[in-house]
Design a protein around this ligand. Structure first.
Ligand code: GP9
Ligand code: MN
Length: 405
């Protein structure tokens, strides 16, 4: 136990500390937080048109008034949505196999909610699925959430459901009623659902002309992403009407990919490429990250980063100069943010390289390059994953005190 703790601590202490941007530190202090999980939304659809129509018109316009990260990667494994939640709340990686929400729900985690409660925040989760899915009811208690509004607290009918359940628009509508009744400031995680494989949608919710590739999955995906985008547009309107907009901060992220490798032929066609290489596959793991702070203009942030970086970013934005717990993230606004994202399968991205399947690619043009150029980063990637696994398997966070060290 404690020997591993020393090894991990020594490693973490050997890495450079975040040099915070004073303009960003505490910028959203005391505001409500809307953390919105965009089910299966990948970045390749952003700012893209089919038949001359935008697929994500609302997100595209929101991005223009936000901090928008165009090199942000998901880092999930078998635990899918729950892995994304885990990474964000703990700045740890998910496990090499299985879902940490199931296997390690009794560990100690210095999660975002656990730390924010000390700032007077009220952390909640809202999601229109059964509370036991991904063992959420257990894990959310461990993570320090005060309330979990799950399917049983929503009015779910045949009419307002499709595919996996409650459609995103009625989900947002009913969620707003619940949010209005909460103590403020709240930290609310809202998990969308309609854009989930196999991407079913009612005819009246289809807002784009049908796309015709040989992949029914891709065709449907484009429509459901468009639907979720529309639901978000309405949600923002409702939030403004409710008077909750100005004193809040909005963080929207894609949880993981929606289109698997199986559809690479149709994806290549969609992207106008001859074929997709392992380099392209890694680049397709980019998911949206939009941090919208009403009253702040924002800008495009081209920093190689991943979900693990969200915890320090959120805590710093809310005015915490200390981030509790052992973990691997770096503030996305830090002046010295390392340009680095490792995926759970060991692939990684740096400022100049993309590494996948034992091959090193130039990030600029996707061509194979001398693998010794990737070597130092490969070691770093392995260390991150290995030490993160040690922390989870050994429940090492339980040995830390809550106090600043
Ligand atoms: C289910 C939702 C989707 O509650 O989170 O789960 P996923 O299959 O994407 O992990
Ligand atoms: Mn998901």
């Amino acid at each position: 136990g404690s020997k591993d703790l020393e090894i991990v601590k020594t490693y973490l202490e050997s890495t450079p500390k975040d040099v915070l941007d004073p303009e960003m530190f505490g910028l959203a202090k005391g505001r409500n937080v809307f953390l919105i999980s965009l089910e299966s939304v990948q970045s390749f659809l952003l700012e893209k048109k089919i038949f001359d129509q935008e697929i994500t018109p609302f997100l595209n316009s929101l991005m223009k008034n936000s901090f928008y990260f165009d090199q942000f990667y998901h880092q999930t494994g078998h635990g899918k949505t729950s892995d994304a939640e885990f990474i964000i709340d703990t700045m740890l990686y998910p496990l090499p196999s299985g879902a940490v929400f199931f296997t390690h729900s009794q560990n100690t985690y210095h999660s975002i909610p656990n730390q924010l409660k000390k700032n007077g925040y009220y952390p909640v989760v809202l999601h229109g699925n059964n509370k036991t899915f991904w063992n959420r009811d257990q894990m959310y208690k461990t993570m320090g959430y005060e309330r979990f509004f799950s399917a049983e607290e929503y009015d779910i009918t045949e009419k307002n459901s499709v595919g996996w359940g409650l459609k995103d628009l009625p989900f947002f509508e009913q969620s707003l009623d619940k949010l209005r009744a909460l103590p403020q400031p709240f930290y609310a995680k809202l998990i969308t659902l309609t854009n989930h494989h196999p991407f079913e949608l009612n005819p009246e919710d289809r807002l784009l002309p049908p796309y015709h590739s040989n992949s029914e999955t891709l065709n449907n995906y484009i429509e459901t992403v468009r639907y979720t985008d529309e639901a978000l547009k309405h949600f923002f309107k409702m939030i403004k009407t409710a008077g909750l907009y100005d004193n809040s901060v909005f963080i929207l992220y894609g949880d993981h990919y929606g289109i698997s490798r199986k559809h690479r032929k149709e994806m290549a066609e969609f992207l106008g490429k001859e074929k997709l290489t392992p380099y392209d596959h890694v680049q397709l793991q980019q998911v949206p990250l939009i941090i919208h702070i009403p009253g702040v203009k924002g800008r495009k942030m081209s920093v190689v980063s991943g979900q693990v970086d969200l915890k320090p970013t959120i805590l710093h934005l809310l005015g915490n100069d200390y981030v509790e717990g052992l973990g691997f993230g770096h503030d996305l606004f830090a002046v010295n943010k390392p340009q680095f994202a490792v995926l759970r399968d060991g692939s990684f991205v740096t400022e100049h390289y993309v590494y996948s399947g034992n091959k090193c690619y130039s990030k600029l043009n996707g061509e194979k390059t001398d693998s010794t150029l990737c070597e130092p980063f490969r070691k770093k990637a392995q260390n991150h994953l290995r030490y993160s696994d040690k922390i989870i398997f050994g429940d090492l966070n339980r040995f830390l005190t809550d106090e600043k060290s």
